[in-house]
Design a protein around this ligand. Structure first.
Ligand code: GUN
Length: 283
């Protein structure tokens, strides 16, 4: 069997267009565009690329991009004060503090300070709790993007067996919560799981977010499984996912490539979350 390749790049472009199509009516009603504030501390080259792309795509969707670049040596108090100002600014609907932060700064403290209603990353514990409780929440962008790809591919997910590999607050935990809310039977595996093939053998859905290059082998998969690869690992052979693509593609029913799968979904969902935050704040 040769798996269908899930085109995240095309899905993300379509989602960005759908988001952009709602902006003129928002502007008509409110006299302003939805605003996304992005805070970048320091000069980490990968983070600088992400932030540049976010700014470009935010503007392309007709939204306001408010960028704050702080020196790598900025003190916690100054960063906290900026978050306080953005929380109070009525033209700011979404706040994203680019991670990782330099080691002298406490990311948890910053995340806790962001107004949960402006937390378009969905990292605030209030939003994690809302998601876990089935209440309206800002949902982290990458797992929500994975869910959109899965529903597009499979339709109703109810009753499916899903294995999420990885237990981070950013991907694994919210992914498991989202799949549980869609009535999947969810197993959360991780780097210490003793017999991963045992769990994967029955999985209709596999989401790999463990951060280890080519960790998941195709022979472990249930034939016809849908495989979502969140990994972005830079190796000597170039960019690879957490899934060994070639062996997995010969076993799976559908699979996301790296690059061009989950990656482009993150910013598209960020724009969607910003629009949702703007609509909620409006009324
Ligand atoms: N760094 C890499 N991806 C992300 C993201 O989605 N949000 C934030 N805040 N930082 C990141």
């Amino acid at each position: 069997m040769s798996a269908r390749i899930i085109d995240g790049k095309a899905f993300a472009a379509d989602l960005r267009e759908r988001v952009a199509s709602h902006v003129p009516a928002f502007r008509e009603r409110t006299g302003r565009s939805p605003g996304l504030a992005v805070v970048l501390v320091g000069e980490d080259p990968a983070s600088a690329v992400y932030v540049r792309n976010k700014g470009k795509m935010t503007r392309a969707a007709g939204m306001e991009s408010i960028e704050h670049r702080l020196d790598a040596k900025v003190e916690q108090d100054e960063l906290n004060a900026l978050v306080d100002r953005l929380n109070a600014d009525p033209t700011v609907d979404g706040i994203l503090v680019q991670l990782p932060l330099p080691p002298h700064l406490d990311a948890d403290e910053v995340i806790l300070r962001i107004d949960p209603d402006k937390d378009v990353d969905g990292f605030h514990p209030v939003n994690a709790g809302r998601l876990a409780s089935g209440l309206p929440a800002m949902v982290p962008c990458t797992p929500l993007g994975c869910l959109m790809l899965l529903e597009d591919e499979l339709g109703d997910l109810s009753g499916k067996d899903a294995v999420v590999i990885g237990r981070s607050n950013i991907v694994g935990k919210p992914m498991a919560a989202l799949l549980t809310a869609k009535s999947c039977t969810v197993t959360v595996a991780h780097s210490r799981t003793r017999n991963l093939p045992h769990y994967l053998k029955h999985a209709d859905i596999v989401v790999a977010a463990v951060g280890r290059p080519q960790f998941v082998h195709g022979e472990w998969l249930k034939p016809g499984a849908t495989v979502i690869d969140v990994g972005i690992n830079r190796t000597e052979d170039g960019l690879v996912g957490d899934v060994d693509f070639d062996s997995a593609a010969s076993m799976a029913g559908a699979i996301t490539p790296v690059p061009g799968g989950v990656g482009p979904m993150t910013i598209a969902v960020l724009l969607r979350n910003t629009l949702v935050a703007a609509h909620r704040r409006e009324g």
